[in-house]
Design a protein around this ligand. Structure first.
Ligand SMILES: Nc1nc2c(ncn2[C@@H]2O[C@H](COP(=O)(O)OP(=O)(O)OP(=O)(O)O)[C@@H](O)[C@H]2O)c(=O)[nH]1
Length: 850
């Protein structure tokens, strides 16, 4: 029997991550809070920590949250006040120093005294054992406690230091007082860490010479190998800090690299930025992809990312904000990060549901929503938002639903890259399938934390072990098989295991210590966008940081927005939305590109101006690209491909789709259609109904309109007929692709294929009027009147022509089958000889396929 760590943590009232860390330090092979330990260890741990909290341990808690100076003050305040002064006297301080010196001497001695290691105590010492005398002596913090005769037993205290571990929470707060003397604190550090059976790393010396303004960056929190949320400071910044010469590390600082300065004005568009970096756009895209950013050429990238990319390519990026002076990307970024890190607060996790088609993703989300949404009055209304928020154990969790069809791979990729945790749904009766593998690839690429939900455990043929074996084969072994991936068997249909899944998500997010700045200007990512009747362009967005409010001015690529209204996933109007919250925003000038990021700007005018500037620069860039492509004749390959493309038939299309994501999916699928004979050119595309304007554009550009899941504006059909414009429509992407494929194939010349009908052998030649007739025996198949024939003599072709006359005795025949005699006269030929073979065939027109 074994017990899960989070259950023990709950029982003893300890933070999951702290308990995990403690166990790891004690040498347990545990990877996450859902890992288990044996019953005996669990019992002893519970016994160890369930003891009534003594005054001292209460004081210890105080110590965890306050700075060392404050802690002493607070500790003292919990004690019975001595008659003497309540602060330490000079003598006491001196005594401390002496004690510290002695301790240092003792440590330097060749063989340390055989006093039992305090660190080992929690394991070996009985809980009732008297408090070892060296504990207070070794720590100045414990000094004021010495007057207290009935000292609390140490085992409770000894393991506490690991609980203090959440460096992330303490790190951002710089020490308020002067640095502590480096004397005794070394001892508790050793005490804290050496309880594990295998000796831990040597305790790091206290950062006594570190100035108060230089707090260490948060150390990576523990946990299952789960990828950490991006640290607030980049490696580049760390290098910059090193170069600034903090704590006398200048000697090791890398030599400053001479970088060419480049300037950019936000918004930074991928295409322009590639140009600035003297890269081809696709090179920049792949660089971004390696950084887990999936952008398109026309999307914007954040300033700090741009600065990092520029640095990687040997440039120094200066961001020039409108109306502001040039600022070094690095220093600005550093300052912003410093400001931000002080304001960070915990935020809900964003969870993406991924998996193969029909494995139950939507059912799972439906069940989660039904089970957890208290007020379900809007539940019946289809929101088509794809992003939801639910509560688990009183804490909000944000979910993104993604389609499972192969066509929507970009959506899945985006889903995976905008989330913290990916729940990979695998049907127990079907196992891993192509889109499961693809989703797994995206989750790995995006570096998000993975949880596997084995769904349909109630279904006939469900085989949980098979799924686990497949997981193992893919290097994501489940925890209960010794791996690291939390795996929860569920039945979305019956609601089984859902609570456990939610709990695992919550625990995982707790370990990840997700944080964001909850106030100020918001920014985030566009999950989906569309044009809705009566509402105009709308976008479902996920707030990444700040607070988005009704009335805010936003800009996203070429689209601007004054937030008129916002609705949550239940369709309820909301006035504001904080980090990790999905909301539908109304008030856009145009449907922004899904996957792109939005920023809040000063006011609507500013938003419009920035969007227009982006549009202008995009147009300019497109024109430049066009001209560059035109003048690319110097390149021989380009020349050949230009010649090649003139040989192809063009199939121009204007694409219209219901939402931005499906437009993207449709475009992606069309790009994959074979194009060696017909070249498909997208001359226009957009989100929303098919309009008369689209028809006019199609008429002018000789294009076909392709509509996916959209309706037509009134009068479109008549207008299209008038202008001879073809409209192809369907609501199922695969069917629509088939229709397009057929239409493209119609443009190809049909293939001519010869089909042999039969063979006749010439046995006798006799005259008929002025010409001759070949008396034949049909030896194979049949001979048909008017069919094409080929006369062969000793294998050589003598003549080709149509069967002019075909007779059976004296009667005309339309066909004569094998085994019968007949008379054949080939039109325009008279030179038959005995033994000639007359082959009869017809030519079929084969409909071409792409
Ligand atoms: N027996 C059983 N059937 C389930 C379960 N979960 C989902 N299903 C069924 O599986 C089918 C597909 O479910 P969906 O939720 O639409 O699957 P999906 O993964 O969202 O599909 P796409 O969104 O098209 O990728 C439906 O018929 C569901 O009723 C389950 O736990 N047990």
């Amino acid at each position: 029997m074994s017990v899960r760590i989070h259950q023990i943590a709950k029982q003893i009232g300890m933070e999951n991550k702290d308990l995990l860390k403690l166990l790891q330090e004690r040498g347990f092979a545990v990877k996450s809070v859902s890992s288990t330990i044996d019953n005996i260890s669990a019992d002893s741990l519970i016994e160890e920590y369930s003891k009534p909290e003594s005054e001292e341990s209460a004081a210890e808690e105080v110590k965890e949250t306050a700075s060392e100076e404050k802690k002493e003050e607070e500790e003292k305040s919990t004690f019975k006040r001595p008659t003497g002064p309540i602060v330490r006297t000079a003598e006491e301080v001196k005594r401390e120093k002496e004690a510290a010196k002695e301790a240092a001497k003792a440590a330097a001695a060749p063989t340390p005294p055989p006093t039992p290691s305090p660190a080992a105590e929690p394991k070996v010492a009985p809980k009732s054992a008297p408090k070892p005398p060296e504990m207070p002596a070794s720590t100045p913090k414990a000094q004021p406690k010495t007057p207290r005769a009935p000292a609390p037993p140490p085992p409770v205290k000894a393991p506490t230091p690991p609980v203090k571990r959440p460096a992330a929470s303490s790190a951002p707060t710089p020490p308020v007082s002067a640095p502590k003397p480096p004397s005794a604190p070394a001892a508790p550090a050793a005490t804290a860490s050496s309880s594990a059976p295998t000796p831990p790393k040597a305790p790091t010396p206290p950062p006594s010479n570190r100035p108060p303004s230089a707090p260490r960056p948060p150390s990576p929190p523990p946990g299952k190998g789960a990828p950490r949320p991006p640290a607030p400071s980049s490696g580049a910044e760390d290098r910059a800090n090193a170069a600034e010469g903090e704590s006398g590390e200048e000697a090791q600082a890398p030599q400053p690299v001479e970088r060419k300065k480049i300037h950019a004005k936000p918004p930074i568009i991928v295409r322009d930025f590639a140009n600035l970096l003297e890269l081809k756009p696709f090179q920049l895209l792949s660089d971004l992809m390696e950084r887990g950013i999936f952008a398109s050429m026309n999307q914007t990238i954040e300033e700090d990312i741009a600065a990092k990319v520029a640095e990687a390519h040997g440039f120094e990026l200066e961001i020039r904000h409108r109306g502001g002076s040039a600022d070094s990307g690095d220093s600005k970024k550093k300052k912003e990060q410093e400001d931000e890190s002080a304001l960070l607060e915990p935020r809900p996790p964003v969870v993406c549901i991924l998996g193969h088609v029909d494995h139950g993703k939507t059912t799972l989300l439906d069940t989660i929503r039904k089970a957890k949404v208290v007020d379900d009055e809007f539940g019946g209304i289809t929101q088509h938002i794809g992003a939801y928020q639910v509560e688990a154990s009183g804490e909000p969790l944000s979910f993104l639903d993604t389609p499972g069809h192969a066509a929507f791979s970009r959506m899945r990729e985006r889903g995976a890259s905008t989330t913290d945790i990916a729940v990979l749904v695998v049907a127990a009766d079907d196992g891993f399938k192509p889109q499961t593998d693809e989703a797994l690839k995206f989750a790995k690429k995006a570096g998000v934390s993975l949880i596997v939900a084995i769904n349909k455990i109630d279904a006939k043929g469900a085989n949980i072990d098979r799924v686990k074996t497949q997981m193992q084969e893919r290097g994501i072994a489940p925890e209960d098989w010794g791996g690291e991936v939390i795996t929860v068997p569920v039945s979305a249909l019956k609601g089984e295991g859902i609570d456990q899944l939610l709990e695992m998500i919550r625990l995982q997010s707790e370990i990840m210590e997700l944080k964001a700045v909850p106030k100020g200007k918001s920014s985030g990512v566009i999950i989906e966008s569309q044009i809705e009747q009566g509402r105009g362009p709308t976008a479902t967005i996920l707030v990444k940081k700040g607070k988005l409010k009704v009335g805010d001015a936003l800009v996203c690529g070429t689209a601007s927005c004054k937030v008129k209204a916002m609705h949550d996933d239940l369709g309820k109007a909301v006035k504001e939305a904080g980090p990790s919250t999905p909301v539908k925003v109304i008030g856009w000038s145009d449907a922004p590109e899904s996957g792109s990021t939005y920023e809040t700007v000063k006011n609507e005018r500013e938003a419009k101006r920035v969007a227009e500037e982006t549009l202008e620069s995009r147009k300019k860039k497109e024109e430049e690209d066009r001209l560059a492509a035109k003048s690319a004749g110097s390149n021989l390959d380009d020349l050949f491909s230009a010649i090649e493309s003139t040989r192809k038939t063009n199939f121009n299309v204007i694409l219209k789709a219901d939402v931005h994501g499906s437009l993207e999916a449709l475009t992606g699928m069309l790009q994959e259609l074979p194009s060696d004979q017909v070249e498909l050119k997208v001359v226009g595309k957009g989100v929303g109904m098919i309009t008369k304007k689209d028809v006019e554009l199609a008429g002018a550009s000789d294009a076909t309109i392709v509509g996916f899941n959209v309706r037509m504006e009134n009068g479109v059909q008549g207008h299209a007929k008038h202008l001879d414009v073809r409209i192809l429509q369907d609501n199922i992407i695969y069917q629509l692709i088939d229709i397009i494929r057929e239409s493209m194939a119609e443009l190809l010349e049909p293939e001519l294929r010869e089909k042999k009908l039969g063979v006749a052998e010439v046995r006798v030649v006799f005259p008929l009027g002025k010409s001759f007739v070949a008396g034949c025996m049909v030896t194979e198949g049949k001979i048909q009147r008017n069919a094409t024939t080929r006369l062969l003599r000793k294998g050589e072709l003598v003549h080709e022509g149509k069967v002019g006359t075909l007779k059976r005795f004296k009667d005309d025949a339309t066909e004569v089958r094998a085994g019968f005699e007949c008379g054949i006269a080939i039109a325009g030929f008279n030179g038959y000889e005995e033994g000639d073979l007359i082959e009869c065939y017809e030519v079929e027109k084969i409909r071409p396929t792409l």
